[in-house]
Design a protein around this ligand. Structure first.
Ligand code: CP
Length: 320
C-alpha cells in the first residue's frame, strides 16, 4: 500500500490488517505507553482545504503518538488566497520535508490527483475529497463496529471482518463521502448494508449499489439492525438538491427520542448508534439519542486516532 485514497479498491486482507494494527495502536496514548518511536525522524503534513475538527486533530495526534514530526497546513490564511495551486502547495510541503501528505479537499479526486501525478513522491492519504470518499472515517467506523460485533459474538476481533452484521446508514447519502466509503468497506468486510434516505438525497445510480434501499426509517429499524449510522445533513453542499423541511426531515429520517424508545421497547439491546460528526442535534439526531448509552460517537473519535496511527505506520514504515 503506497497511498490510501479510497475503500473501493481496498481488499479484505489489507482492510483487516489495518484494523488489526489499529487494535495494537489503541493501547498507545495511555499513561503506561504514551508514544511509540516507530516514525521518529519522519514527517507528516496535514493539508486541509476544507474545515475539520476530528480528522485533522486525530491525524496530528496519531502522527505524534508515533513520534513523527507534523506540519499542519490550512488553506485559510495561506498563499492559496493568492492563487497558489494544489501542485505548488504540495511541492512546497514536500520541499519542507513531508513524506506523507494527508489531504482534505472540496474537489472529488483531489487526493488521487496528488497520488497519481509525479508532482510529489510522498505517500498520500485521502482525508475526504468532495462527495467521493473518506476512507479513514470508514475504517474507524469499521473498527468501532468490529469491536461491538466481537463483543456480541463473544470472540476476539483480531483477524475478523463484519460477516453477518446488519448496518443501516441513514440520511444525506447524496453528499456523503462517509456513506460511500462505508458502503464499499462494509461490503468487503461481509456486512449487510441498508441505506435509508429521502429519495432526493440519494444519488442517481444508487439503485445499482450493493445495498438495500429503503425510504422508511421505522421499517428499517423494525428489522432489528445491529448498528444504525446517522449521516450529517450537509447544508453547505445542499445547492441543487431538494431538501424536505427540517421538521419533515427530523420527523421522517431523524433518530429521535421516540425511535430510541422503540429500540428499547423491542428489546434490541445490542443495536448501537454511530455518527461521524459533526452532529446537527435536533435535525438528524436528537440529543437524547446522541447522548444515550447506545451512541458510540465518542468511541468513534478515540478509535480514529488508533486507526490513523495504523494507516500512517503501514504507509511509512514499509511493514506491510
Ligand atoms: N467526521 C469528520 O470527518 O469530521 P471532521 O469534519 O470534523 O473532520
Amino acid at each position: 500500500m503506497k497511498h490510501l485514497l479510497s475503500t473501493y479498491d481496498l481488499g479484505r486482507e489489507d482492510a483487516v490488517r489495518i484494523l488489526d494494527v489499529a487494535e495494537e495502536m489503541a493501547t498507545v496514548g495511555t499513561r503506561e505507553i504514551k508514544k511509540l518511536p516507530a516514525l521518529r525522524g519522519r514527517t507528516v503534513a496535514t493539508l486541509f482545504f476544507e474545515d475539520s475538527t476530528r480528522t485533522r486533530i486525530s491525524f496530528e495526534a496519531a502522527a505524534k503518538r508515533l513520534s513523527a514530526d507534523v506540519i499542519n497546513f490550512a488553506a485559510k490564511g495561506s498563499s492559496v488566497s493568492k492563487g497558489e495551486s494544489l501542485k505548488d502547495t504540495a511541492q512546497t510541503l514536500e520541499a519542507i520535508g513531508a513524506e506523507a501528505v494527508v489531504i482534505r479537499h472540496g474537489a472529488s479526486g483531489a487526493a488521487a490527483r496528488l497520488a497519481e501525478t509525479d508532482w510529489i513522491s510522498s505517500a498520500v492519504v485521502n482525508a475526504g475529497d468532495g462527495t467521493h470518499e473518506h476512507p479513514t472515517q470508514a475504517l474507524l467506523d469499521a473498527f468501532t463496529l468490529r469491536q461491538h460485533w466481537a463483543r456480541v459474538k463473544g470472540v476476539d476481533p483480531l483477524g475478523t471482518g463484519l460477516d453477518g452484521m446488519s448496518v443501516v446508514i441513514v440520511g444525506d447519502v447524496l453528499h456523503s463521502r462517509v456513506a460511500r466509503s462505508n458502503l464499499w468497506l462494509l461490503k468487503t468486510l461481509g456486512a449487510d448494508v441498508t441505506f435509508v434516505a429521502p429519495p432526493t438525497l440519494l444519488p442517481i445510480g444508487a439503485d445499482a449499489w450493493p445495498c438495500t434501499i429503503n425510504y422508511d426509517l421505522d421499517d428499517a429499524l423494525a428489522a432489528g439492525p445491529d448498528a444504525v449510522m446517522m449521516l450529517r445533513v450537509q447544508a453547505e453542499r445542499m445547492n441543487a438538491a431538494y431538501f424536505p423541511s427540517t421538521a419533515e426531515y427530523s420527523r421522517r429520517w431523524g433518530f429521535d427520542d421516540a425511535r430510541l424508545a422503540m429500540l428499547d421497547a423491542r428489546g434490541l439491546d445490542d443495536t448501537i448508534i454511530l455518527h461521524p460528526g459533526p452532529m446537527n442535534r435536533g435535525l438528524e439526531i436528537s440529543a437524547g439519542a446522541a447522548d444515550s448509552p447506545r451512541a458510540v460517537v465518542l468511541q468513534q473519535v478515540s478509535n480514529g486516532v488508533a486507526v490513523r496511527m495504523a494507516v500512517l505506520y503501514l504507509l511509512l514504515s514499509g511493514d506491510h
